[in-house]
Every structure is written in C-alpha cells, then in structure tokens.
Design a protein around this ligand. Structure first.
Ligand SMILES: Nc1ncnc2c1ncn2[C@@H]1O[C@H](COP(=O)(O)OP(=O)(O)OP(=O)(O)O)[C@@H](O)[C@H]1O
Ligand SMILES: [Mg+2]
Length: 787
C-alpha cells in the first residue's frame, strides 16, 4: 500500500466525513511503527532498530507472557468507514491473505526481531486473525490495507505493522522490555542502602563449630554497647536475647513479625532491640549489630533477609556468627562495600563424639537422650513406643506454638521432672538451649520440596547434621560431653560420612524484589496477575555472580490464592508476604477470608475473629484435634502479623494476643498428654502409618533405595510390628501385613476404609473453602518457627 493511493480513496468519502477520518487514519498509521513500512525491502532498518533496543540481554522466557484478550470490534456508530472508502471485504479472501502472511518466513523473522519468538508469533497471529475475522467492522487502516492486498495494490507483508500493533496490545511486555530490565536490575545491591554506605562499618565474623561460643561473644559486645540490634533466624532466639538482655539490666525491645514489645511502660523505644532478621531496621543507627546464623544467607527462600541485614544495617560494628563456609562470600561482598572482615575463630567448648554403636532399640534409651525424627508421624510413633516402656518424653516439632516448645524444653531440662527423653524434629536444630547428652538420629532421610514443587526424600546435608548434632553436650547444660548416634546400626556409617564431609563454601547470597519494584512492573503491565508479575520479574532480573534471586513460590502461592479478591497492589503485596503454612487448609482459607473482609472494608474485630475460629475451643481429644488447634494458633499469628501492617483493619491485636496465650496453654496441655492423644487416635495412627508406607514406597522408587530400606526397618523398632520384615514384605501392603500379623481383622479394615473415606470427604470440604485459587499452586512448608 502507499499513501497516495490512500489519498485517492479518500476522495470518495463524503466531504463531511473526510476531516475526522483522515486525522484518525493518518495518526494511527504513524503511531504504530513510526514511518510506515512498505514491502520487505525496508525491513533491515526496522530490524536494526529493534535489535539494538534489546540491549543484548538474555532472551526472556516467553512462556511467562500471558496474552491479553482483545475483543473483536462490534458495529460502529459511524458505520463501516473502511467499506465506504473502499468496498466490503470478502472474508474468504481475507482468510487466505492472513494464512499467507502467517506462513511467510520473512514475517516470522521480522517478528522475531521485535521479540515475538515462534510461541508468541503463533499466539499473536491467532489473536490477530480472530480479531480481523470476527470484527463487525475493522479499523479503517486495516480495512484499506486488506482491500489493497486483495487487489494486489499492496503486498501481504504490508500487514506487518498492523499485526505488530495487535501483538503489542496482547503482549504489552513487548513495548517495555528495556524498562522492565532496568527495574529488575538487581546488580550492585550495596547501593540500595545509602545510609549504610555513608558510614564505614567494622565487620567481625565469629566462626566456629556449633557450641563454640560464637553467639555468646557477639552478645557480650551487644550488651556492652550503647545501642544494639540482634537479628536472629527464629522467634525463639529473638525472645531468648530479649530476655537475656533485660535480665542483664540492658533494656531491650522485641520485634518479630507478629510481636512488638517495648520494655518502656510509655512505649519509648529502647536502645537495644532483639528481632527476627526479616524485621531489622536498615535505617536506624546502632553501635553494635549481631547477625546470627549468617550461613542462612544461602537459604533459597529466606536468604534475602540476611543479605539485606549484612549490606544494609547502619551499625558501627557488625558481628556475624556462623559457619566458616560463609567467610569467603561475606569477605567478597564486603569487598564491594569497601569494608574489611575480621575473622575470629572458636573451638567447641565441650567435646562431642560419634558413637561406634547405634541405639538399636528404644529399650536402650538413657536420660538426656534426644531422638530426632523428620516427620510428625515418626514423632508420634516414637513417643508412643517410649510410653509403652513406661518412660516419659517431651515433644518438640516445628508447628508447635513457641510457648509450647519452651514448656516442653523446660520440662525436659528440669532435673526434677521425670521426663528425661526428648523426641523432636530438626526444629531444635537452631535456637533452643536443651540439656541433651546424646542425639539419636531416628532416620537420616528428610522430606523436602524440590524446585519443581515435588516431594523429595534425601539424606540430610552435612550442615544440617552438624547443627542437629551440635545440640548435644551444650556448654551451658549439665552434660559436659556430647554424643551422637543413629537408631539403626546400618545408618551409623552414613552418619559418620555425612558428618565428616567438608561443608561446601557458600557461593551466593539471596536477594528479593522490593514492593516498589513490583509496583513499577505492575505500572508497565497493568493487566498482569501478581503471581505472573513475579515470574516475569524473576525472569527479567539480572544479578551479579555472588547473588541469586530467592525462591518466591510461597509468595506466588498466596498471590494465586487471593488473586480474585479486589485489592490494591500494595495491599495485595503485603498479604502475600504474610508467612503462612501452606500445608494447613484452615490457614490458607483464613488468608483468603481476611483478604476478603479487607477488600469489603470491614474491620476484622475481636468478636468477628472469635466467631470465625469458633472460640472457645476445647482441649484436644486426639491428634487431629491437636493439629487443628495448632492451625488456629497459626491463624492468630496471621492476624497479629497483619495487624502490624494494617492497624485500622486488624484493630484488636492485644486481645488476640491474650486469646493466643490461652490457646497456647490448651495446646501445651494437649502436648503434655500427647501419648494419650496418640493412643486415642490409634485408628488414625494406622492410617498415618499407611501414609508412611506410601512414603517408603516413594523412597524405594528413588536412587536411595537401599538407604530407605534400612530406614524403614528402623521405624518399626521396639513396636509389636517390629518383627523382621520378610524379603518380600515391602511389596505387600501394610494392611495385608497387619492382617497377617493378627493386628487387623477384615472387619476392622472395612471400618478403617469407611472412616478414611469420610475423613477424605471432610478434608475435601475444607479445601473447597480455599476455592479453586488453591488449584495448581505449589505447596511448600513454612520454615520451622520462622517469621
Ligand atoms: N565464655 C562463656 N562463658 C559462659 N558461657 C558461655 C561462654 N561461651 C559460651 N557460653 C554458653 O555456651 C552455650 C553455647 O554457646 P553459644 O550459643 O554462643 O554457641 P554457638 O557457637 O553460637 O553455637 P551454635 O552454633 O549452636 O549457635 C550458650 O549457652 C552460651 O551462653
Ligand atoms: Mg549461636
């Protein structure tokens, strides 16, 4: 097509219509690609322009670009101007033109230069074709060009600008790729903290094995300073320093995601504050800052919080405590800020030894023993078997409220309490001071969720094993020597191997986008969901080699959950950063419910919340009740967390805190009687064991087959079912084995099936509450006790 021809056609328009339409057509033609391109003879100039715009960055993952819908045009009040100027289009002819256009190699190549790879090209073409074929009347410019092509007055390639205009409409990201790259440029993170860059900080790295006094020495400095901040990985650790500091006469506040305690009765901030690392201020000046467990900087989900604290804290002295594996990375990072790192190395304060014999049987337990399991089912079955032996045990696992964990720790530590055995998950790996003499690994296999969101069971890492083993023989406890072993003889070799492996140096520190960055993305891509924005952000982001972008699956899970609720982006972002346990349907549906109330502008009052959680709650009668109460405790945590971000909408934090204390008490009592609850849940326990069996089968299908076999053998130790499993036992179902062993009758099996079906139906009902939004999202476990 050429403009003179267009002008000729113009002459056929009634005079009154010419002016308005002329302006519209000409401005449209100019707007989409600048100078109107003709046949492909002019293509190289366009291609050059676009390739320079891409800036040579890596190609984006176009599968993340979700096409927007462009509706075909309905009848226009002005009539079909294109048809008036030319003639009505023959749809069959148009379809042929479009098919020809789609097949043109030159068009595909040109499209690629504009960022439309094969996938986007195809999607854009389908949308473009639908638009053209289904529109009642087309834009004048497209109508004219199609008409010209029909009459061989223009080339089929002349459709390209119109196609590109359409493609940019459905993929707005094509228009702003360079801006998006700039916004998501995560290189040089030290520059994000101007206050910290304005001072020269002294960095001291306290390195050494567990129980070597690293935190102790850093805290001494903190206590003797005029002002200080302690940044810990867990609420319990922040609490411990808060209490220690105040007990030592150094007034100290507490800040966690869900809690703010100012020791001053008038609410004036103390000079010292103990907080969870995510909550530390990077604008308040301090004399001394302590960042505990600095090796967590490599954590795939939470590492960003340590990076932020390390680069951003405004303190004259920064004391880092942690594994030596982090020294090189920290030194490198501090090189970019121009700060030196002084390394102080410590030795273990008490000896620890790996025993040459496994425990083999729970009959061999001694006071001060701690059995470490990696699943709740194991916790239940071990505590029950301990009880059968007439012994009392304390129980600690991640999802217990902090108060309950402390109460159980206290019970175990108390020399006058008959409870001398602890059964725990790796939730004790960091934080609690426990009087443990011997750590017994019940299993060395830990379930986790891999990057694809799939469940995996793998041997624990050296770092995890050292952390857990390091709980034995704490310097402050009555046991001046620690011992480590396994439950099962066959695991001992693997434990020694794991413990003797060198810990790999940490290579990169976590980063994560800010709310502002996501907001700017949303400005450019207004119709994109928050979850999709995050994906595009991570894909576009550029990081230096010492950094990585943290896994944002948890955030995306929440974003998808509340996507359909109308909220401003800021508010939505905050809701999505609320730490929730995605394994708890009640917690997920509560996030949804809270967001819904918020969007209706209905404050979530105490009385509303009481009704919502059906307060008052009864003491647990079985394990399921206990788990439900734990979930309610998490929901109250969620309320408190949100109350610090949206004071007006969550106005009753202090009442909720009191309620939560009461609930903690109920849970504490429940856990105190946990073996009774397990006994009452005998039926459920069998079902749980069925789950275990599935887990074992899963293990057997993986590379860790022989290891799993050994572990599975250990699970039954000490119980009636501990009779040696035959070589083909693992091929038989649990039910048939129990029937074989006379523990289950056919009637009982039927009853179990009925209960199981009912239970599944109930669960399904609960899940319905969280709606379709839960569908397709990945579930990932919350860090134990993390913020
Ligand atoms: N010099 C000391 N005087 C008195 N108590 C100490 C001393 N050093 C350490 N402790 C106590 O020993 C215990 C272990 O010390 P600390 O917690 O500092 O070890 P850590 O190296 O930080 O261990 P982890 O790696 O497990 O965190 C603590 O209860 C601490 O208070
Ligand atoms: Mg420590």
């Amino acid at each position: 097509m050429s403009l003179p021809r267009c002008a000729l056609l113009w002459a056929r328009l009634p005079a009154g219509r010419q002016a308005g339409h002329r302006a519209a057509v000409c401005s449209t033609l100019r707007a989409h690609t600048g100078p109107f391109p003709g046949a492909l003879g002019r293509v190289p100039a366009i291609a050059c322009a676009s390739s320079s715009a891409s800036g040579g960055s890596k190609a984006p993952n176009t599968s993340l670009f979700v096409p927007l819908t462009v509706k075909p045009q309905g009848p226009s009040a002005d009539g079909d101007v294109g048809a008036e100027l030319t003639r009505p289009l023959d749809k069959n002819e148009v379809k042929k033109i479009l098919d020809k256009f789609y097949k043109r190699k030159e068009i595909q190549k040109l499209s690629a230069d504009y960022g439309l790879d094969a996938r986007l090209f195809h999607q854009a073409f389908i949308s473009f074709r639908n638009y053209i074929m289904q529109s009642h009347s087309l834009d004048v410019d497209i109508h004219i060009i199609l008409n010209d092509i029909c009459f061989s007055a223009a080339h089929v390639d002349d459709l390209f600008p119109f196609f590109l205009r359409h493609a940019k409409q459905i993929f707005p990201v094509l228009e702003c790729k360079d801006d998006l790259r700039k916004i998501s440029d995560l290189r040089i993170p030290p520059n994000w903290y101007p206050e910290a860059r304005a001072i020269h900080r002294k960095i001291i790295f306290h390195s050494g094995p567990t129980n070597s006094g690293k935190t102790y020495h850093a805290i001494q400095k903190y206590l003797s300073a005029k002002s200080g901040v302690y940044c810990g990985p867990l609420k319990l650790l922040a609490h411990e320093i808060f209490e220690k500091s105040n007990a030592a006469g150094v007034p100290c506040d507490l800040v966690t995601g869900e809690e703010r305690v100012t020791v001053d009765p008038d609410g004036k901030q103390a000079a010292h504050v103990a907080c969870t690392v995510e909550m530390c201020s990077v604008t308040t000046p301090y004399e001394v800052a302590v960042i505990d467990e600095i090796q967590m900087i490599k954590d795939p989900a939470r590492g960003w919080a340590w990076t932020r604290a390390l680069l951003g804290l405004c303190a004259e002295e920064i004391h880092l405590c942690g594994e030596s594996a982090a020294i090189d990375l920290v030194t490198e990072l501090m090189y970019t800020t121009g700060e030196d790192v002084e390394v102080r190395t410590y030795k273990r304060l008490t000896p620890i030894s790996v025993l040459d014999h496994a425990l083999e049987s729970l009959d061999n337990l001694r006071p001060g023993d701690c059995i470490v399991c990696f699943s709740k089912n194991d916790i239940y079955s071990v505590s029950r078997q301990i009880e059968i032996r007439g012994l009392e045990s304390a129980v600690i696992y991640g999802s217990l409220p902090p108060g309950t964990k402390l109460a159980q720790a206290k019970k175990f530590n108390d020399p006058d309490d008959p409870c001398k055995i602890l059964v725990a998950t790796d939730a004790i790996g960091m934080g609690l001071n426990l009087s443990i003499r011997r750590i017994i690994f019940y299993s060395l296999m830990k379930p986790s969720i891999n990057e694809k969101g799939e469940k995996e069971i793998e041997p624990i890492t050296t770092s995890q094993a050292l952390q857990i083993a390091g709980r034995a023989g704490r310097f402050s406890s009555k046991f001046k020597e620690g011992e480590v072993t396994t439950m099962n003889r066959e695991d001992l070799g693997l434990l020694k191997e794991i413990l003797n492996r060198p810990v790999d140096p940490i290579k990169a520190a976590g980063l994560h986008p800010t709310a502002e960055q996501i907001e700017m993305f949303a400005y450019h891509l207004p119709d994109t969901t928050l979850s999709n924005l995050i994906d595009i952000f991570v894909d576009f982001s550029q990081v230096d080699g010492q950094y990585f972008v943290c896994n944002m699956d948890d955030f995306k899970f929440s974003a998808e959950l509340i996507q359909h609720i109308p909220l401003s982006l800021r508010v939505r972002y905050v809701f999505c950063t609320a730490p929730i346990n995605k394994k708890q349907p009640f917690v997920c549906s509560s996030l949804l419910q809270f967001a819904r109330q918020y969007s209706r502008n209905e404050p979530l009052t105490f009385s509303w919340l009481r009704r919502y959680i059906k307060w008052p709650l009864l003491p647990p009668k079985n394990i399921k009740d206990l788990m439900d109460l734990e979930a309610v405790h998490d929901v109250l945590d969620l309320y408190l967390w949100l109350s610090y971000r949206f004071l007006d909408m969550f106005p009753d934090a202090s009442l909720v805190r009191d309620l939560q204390k009461q609930l903690d008490g109920i849970i504490q009592d429940g856990v105190h009687n946990i073996t009774k609850l397990i006994k009452i849940s005998e039926t459920h326990k069998l079902l749980n064991l069925q789950n275990l069996s599935a887990e074992s089968q899963f293990r057997l299908s993986g590379a860790t087959k022989s290891q799993s076999r050994r572990n599975r053998g250990t699970k039954a130790l000490g119980s009636k079912a501990a009779e040696p499993l035959g070589p083909d036992a693992e091929e038989k179902s649990l039910a048939s084995r129990l029937v074989q062993q006379g523990l289950l009758t056919a009637d009982m099996l039927k009853q179990l099936e009925r209960e199981w079906t009912t239970q599944q139906a109930e669960r399904g009902k609960a899940r319905l509450e969280t709606g379709a939004a839960l569908k397709g999202t990945r579930r990932k476990k919350k860090e134990p006790d993390s913020d």
